[in-house]
Design a protein around this ligand. Structure first.
Ligand SMILES: [Zn+2]
Length: 178
């Protein structure tokens, strides 16, 4: 499934960006570069893709973060990139063997929770946020996603409902509860 997703994003091809959007992409790349330097990892490439018909803002895959062009300028962008960097730092490559769809789903859900928690650490280390600022960045984005789901948006493939991801995050950072 992740392979098909990547293929769909790659086939979506190149996007021409406004100077303002290019500036945002450059800032995202600098955020990624600071993160990979801090964690002593190979450089990660941020690329911008045309939207697919799935409700996906970005996807991490083998040294690349592919970002849906619609996410540029969106208030959830910082959380989104920190989360994808979390997948990279945690080494979340696609499973080589998938026994069943339900097993894939459970494993993926856990990875998403872990990437959210890692995103907090990355925002602190690479963006200089305090823990409560970093947790708040995640909390706001997850609440926004839950409101979208409540209005009928699909849950992103591999994820639990945003409210369940939020509960997991707050259980890991009880001091940041607000
Ligand atoms: Zn994810």
């Amino acid at each position: 499934m992740a392979g098909l997703l990547l293929l769909a994003l790659v086939l979506a091809g190149c996007v021409s960006l406004t100077p303002q959007q290019q500036e945002q992409v450059d800032e995202l790349q600098r955020f990624a570069d600071r993160t990979t330097l801090l964690y002593a990892l190979p450089r990660l490439r941020i690329s911008i893709q045309l939207p697919t018909n799935q409700n996906i803002g970005a996807v991490y895959r083998q040294g690349n973060v592919l970002v849906n062009v619609r996410m540029l300028g969106s208030p959830g962008l910082t959380k989104l990139i920190a989360h994808e960097l979390g997948h990279y730092v945690l080494g979340h490559e696609p499973a080589s063997t998938i026994a069943s769809q339900s097993q894939w789903q459970r494993a993926q859900e856990q990875r998403e929770l872990d990437a959210n928690a890692k995103a907090v650490e990355i925002l602190m280390r690479a963006k200089g946020m305090t823990q409560s600022e970093a947790v708040a960045t995640l909390v706001e984005a997850l609440r926004r996603s839950q409101r979208a789901v409540d209005r009928g948006a699909p849950i992103t493939p591999g994820h639990l409902a945003p409210a369940a991801e939020l509960a997991d995050l707050l259980s890991r950072f009880p001091d940041a509860r607000q």
